[in-house]
Ligand binder design. Structure first.
Ligand code: GLU
Length: 414
């Protein structure tokens, strides 16, 4: 089983430092260091072969001082309690950074959706909602997609919640298909949000995106859309990767062709003979490096080999704290995960607002509002890091935790 204890402890350590910088005492840290509510449920499901299987699911609600908790549900064999807790704290930070009226939440079910039929996934999704239904809702805790969950799963969950509550509840969950109250722009939102922060970073570093050399680790939802958007802006995407290996071309890869191949075959790197390893990919000479795959990729072992000028963390937790320090000392501009990946939850918020008002926006309106949020978020964090001489991650935590801490104090919780 994956060990996620370090995720919680490093998040707690930076949160403590951030609260310290904001002048809050130990009591505030005690309140914020763990989710206020953590649910663990056991979910029995009938499998297609007639046997029963019991799955374990979690939902963490970190802090609702600012508003309802918000965050995705992941389906993955490596889900652990610790991971879900840490991810719920990161959601608090993302919502604080984008100035959304939410606290953080996160859910997970230990399962391997790649080995399950659609019918089994539907039964599991509905049963999970039944198990947690009393503790979630449009004004208390609003789920969304995350690793290996998608608009279809959101639809089943929305339907189940609506049935239980005997009223249509679009605003219970975000990341839905357009036909069920989803928002235009939601499926590209995480990628577009990351690209907007990269644009802001390049301005600060006097680099032009046009002709810049970009390396992207990961070619999933976030990675492939980031590649496409940057490619269309004139950047040269010199490398992309999947878990099986990486493709590299110093003249720039043909991203449109690779996306077509991905749509046909599900993945792309296995179609080519000439692949390099994910490890070597990180060390390639480039202007912008985008880790958009797994956690713990940039560590003390390879941080000194990174040649990028800007790193945008589109994945959750790709860089360890030790590596963050090394990169900062080396003058590399790091756009931390809680900032670079805040675009998804931001457009989820727009989806929820549209559901609540029953009035839907154009894609242009969604993207313009997203741009405003991300530009402000980047510049607030960059300026704070610069003024206080702290690294970008700590600055992101300071801004991300501020409103939750203030709201908790006003409520009399700490
Ligand atoms: N799962 C996404 C995240 O980690 C989106 C959460 C949401 O849209 O609520 O940011």
């Amino acid at each position: 089983m994956a060990d996620h204890n370090n995720l919680v402890s490093s998040t707690q350590q930076i949160t403590k430092e951030a609260l310290n910088k904001l002048g809050f005492d130990e009591g505030m840290y005690e309140l914020i260091k763990e989710p206020l509510r953590f649910l663990e449920v056991r979910i029995p499901i009938r499998m297609d072969d007639g046997t029963m299987q019991t799955f374990t699911g979690y939902r963490a609600q970190h802090n609702h001082a600012v508003g309802p908790t918000k965050g995705g549900i992941r389906f993955h064999p490596d889900v652990t309690k610790e991971e879900v807790k840490a991810l719920s704290m990161w959601m608090t930070l993302k919502c604080g950074i984008a100035n959304l009226p939410y606290g953080g939440g996160k859910g997970g079910i230990i399962c391997d959706p790649r080995q399950m039929s659609n019918q089994e996934l539907e039964r599991l999704s509905r049963a999970y909602v039944r198990a947690i239904s009393q503790f979630v809702g449009p004004s208390s805790d609003i789920p969304a997609p995350d690793v290996y969950t998608n608009p279809q799963i959101m639809s089943w969950m929305m339907d189940e919640y609506s049935m239980i509550n005997r009223s249509n509840a679009f605003a219970f969950i975000t990341g839905k298909p357009l036909a069920l109250g989803g928002s235009l722009g939601r499926n590209r939102a995480t990628a577009l949000g990351a690209v907007i922060t990269i644009e802001e970073a390049t301005k600060r570093r006097n680099i032009s995106i046009n002709n810049s050399r970009v390396v992207i680790q990961g070619f999933g939802n976030a990675g492939s859309f980031i590649a496409k958007i940057l490619h269309d802006m004139g950047a040269k995407i010199v490398a992309i990767s999947e878990s099986y290996g990486a493709l590299y071309d110093s003249n720039g890869l043909d991203i449109d062709h690779l996306i077509e191949l991905k749509e046909q075959h599900g993945r792309v790197t296995h179609l080519f003979d000439d692949v390099i390893s994910n490890k070597d990919l990180l060390k390639l000479d480039c202007d912008i490096l985008v880790p958009a795959a797994l956690s713990n990729q940039i560590t003390a072992d390879n941080a000194n080999d990174i040649k990028a000028n800007i790193i945008a963390e589109a994945a959750n937790g790709p860089t360890t704290q030790e590596a963050t320090r090394i990169l900062n000392e080396r003058g590399i501009l790091l756009i931390p995960d809680v900032l670079a990946s805040a675009g998804g939850v931001t457009v989820s918020y727009f989806e929820w607002v549209q559901n609540n008002q029953g009035y839907y926006w154009s894609e242009e309106e969604v993207n313009t509002k997203l741009r405003h949020k991300m530009v402000d978020a980047f510049n607030n964090i960059y300026d704070l890091a610069h003024d206080r001489k702290i690294d970008m991650r700590l600055a992101a935590y300071v801004i991300g935790i501020k409103r939750t801490a203030e709201a908790s104090r006003f409520r009399g919780w700490a």
